[in-house]
Write a protein that binds this ligand. Structure first.
Ligand code: HEC
Length: 170
C-alpha cells in the first residue's frame, strides 16, 4: 500500500476514534445526570416484611450471590467487579443519600435494574426483593436490627448540617 494512502487511512481511523470518544463522554455524563425516576405509587409501597433475623439471613445469602460482586459484601460499592462499571455501583452505606430513598424506590430499583445493574424481576421472587430492601437498609443504618431497643428515629429533619465531605473523585 502506498504510504500516503496508509496515512490517510490512519487519519480517518484516528478521527473516528476521537469522535467516538466524544460521543461516549457526552453519553456518560448524560447517563449520570439522569435521575433514576421511580413512579410515585411505587415509591410509596411499604415493605410487607419485617427485619427478622431469618429475613435478613435469607437476604444476605441472596446479596452475596447476586449483588456483592458489584456492591461489595457490605454495600459499599467496592465489589470485585465494581471497577468495570460506569456508572459505578451505588454506595448503599451512604446514609445521607439512602435517607432520601424510600423502601418502594429500592424495591423498584432492584426489580427494574438500570445498566449496568441487571433487572431482578425474573430472577428473584417479590419476597426475596423485599428481603433485600431490608438488608440494604441495614447497610446505612445498622441500628435497625430488631433486637436493639434503641432505634434512632429516622431523622425528620433532613437538614443535618453536613460538611461537603471529601467526595471521592474518580
Ligand atoms: C453488575 C453490577 C451490579 C449488580 C450485580 C447489582 N448492582 Fe445494584 N447498582 C449497580 C450500579 C452500577 C448502580 C447505579 C446505577 C445508576 O445509578 O444508574 C446500582 C444501583 C443500585 C441501587 C440504587 C441505589 C441508589 O442510588 O439509590 C440499589 C438499591 C441497588 N443497586 C441494589 C442492588 C441489589 C440489591 C443487587 C442484587 C440483587 C444489585 N444491586 C446488583 C450495579 C450492580
Amino acid at each position: 500500500m502506498a504510504p500516503q494512502k496508509n496515512m490517510k487511512a490512519r487519519k480517518i481511523l484516528l478521527a473516528s476514534l476521537l469522535l467516538l470518544a466524544c460521543i461516549s463522554a457526552v453519553y456518560a455524563t448524560y447517563q449520570q445526570k439522569k435521575v433514576w425516576a421511580v413512579p410515585e405509587d411505587v415509591k410509596k409501597l411499604k415493605n410487607p416484611l419485617q427485619p427478622t433475623p431469618s429475613n435478613l439471613t435469607a437476604a444476605t445469602q441472596i446479596f452475596n450471590d447476586d449483588c456483592a460482586e458489584c456492591h461489595g459484601d457490605h454495600g459499599k460499592g467496592d465489589g470485585p467487579e465494581a471497577m468495570m462499571h460506569d456508572p459505578p455501583p451505588a454506595d448503599l452505606t451512604d446514609l445521607q443519600h439512602m435517607k432520601t430513598v424510600t423502601d418502594g424506590a429500592i424495591y423498584y430499583q432492584i426489580t427494574e435494574g438500570r445498566k449496568p445493574m441487571p433487572s431482578f424481576r425474573n430472577r428473584l421472587t417479590e419476597d426475596q426483593r423485599w428481603q433485600l430492601v431490608l438488608l440494604v437498609r441495614t447497610f446505612s443504618q445498622p441500628a435497625v436490627v430488631p433486637e436493639s431497643k434503641h432505634v434512632p428515629a429516622p431523622s425528620s429533619n433532613p437538614e443535618v448540617p453536613k460538611k461537603p465531605a471529601q467526595s471521592p473523585k474518580n
